[in-house]
Design a protein around this ligand. Structure first.
Ligand code: MG
Length: 227
């Protein structure tokens, strides 16, 4: 049976979060001091990022704005200009346009593409995400590609309608319970969860173990046995 397989980009097709993790380590080193332990700094940055989730979009620029806002609440006013300049340097030095595909992606897509229709649904800054899609060398494998501002139920319903898909035979495949699995299920799609240890803390969410519409795989290459 032919399915439509929609893939998440960041940390599913290519590694991404490690760039942000390294930047957060540098940010912590910059801001830490007094009551602001490393854990407290991380928690505060998470709080700002969560508050900005829907309004701020996603990507490097949004992340930079969030670090600046978090820093403003943690460092003494006299130090702030120097800290903000250092934050801007951290963002500038993030090498997010260097695309490193996850293991097994190329041969797996080549095989799956013979039997199924493939798509990419990735959340983030359009220019940044398209640079990764174009730089991945695999974009010609996909019939449908869209960079979305938010991955919620309405987004999946809109794409299903726009691309003329049948939800019953469409699967969303990704590493994020919050963005890939739960909203796709809410829109009537089935989903494949491929956990990635380098998943952003804010992307975690509780999955229902009794939900038969979600398949969990340990690695990208296991898709071949499933489809
Ligand atoms: Mg992802």
């Amino acid at each position: 049976m032919a399915f439509t397989l929609l893939f998440d980009g960041d940390d599913t097709l290519w590694a991404n979060n490690h760039h942000f993790e390294r930047a957060i380590e540098r940010f912590c080193a910059l801001v830490v001091g007094g009551e602001w332990t490393e854990q407290a700094v991380r928690d505060e940055l998470d709080r700002v990022e969560e508050a900005a989730w829907h309004r701020g979009g996603a990507g490097k620029d949004a992340f930079g704005r969030n670090m600046r806002e978090a820093a403003a609440g943690m460092v003494l006013p006299g130090r702030l200009p120097a800290v903000l300049a250092a934050v801007d340097a951290i963002v500038r030095e993030m090498e997010t346009s260097a695309v490193a595909l996850m293991p097994g992606v190329v041969p797996t897509l080549e095989d799956l593409g013979r039997r199924h229709v493939l798509g990419i649904v990735t959340r983030g800054d359009p220019a940044e995400q398209w640079a990764k899609i174009d730089g991945s060398g695999i974009s010609n494998r996909f019939t449908h590609i869209e960079v979305v501002r938010d991955k919620d139920e309405a987004t999946y319903r809109r794409l299903v309608a726009a691309w003329g898909l049948d939800p019953a035979t469409t699967w969303m495949i990704g590493n994020s319970p919050r963005s890939d699995i739960l909203p796709a299920r809410a829109a009537g799609l089935r989903a494949v969860y491929i956990p990635n240890p380098s998943t952003w803390r804010l992307e975690h969410a509780e999955l229902d173990p009794a939900d038969g519409g979600v398949m969990t795989l340990a690695a990208f290459g296991e898709l071949l046995g499933a489809f």
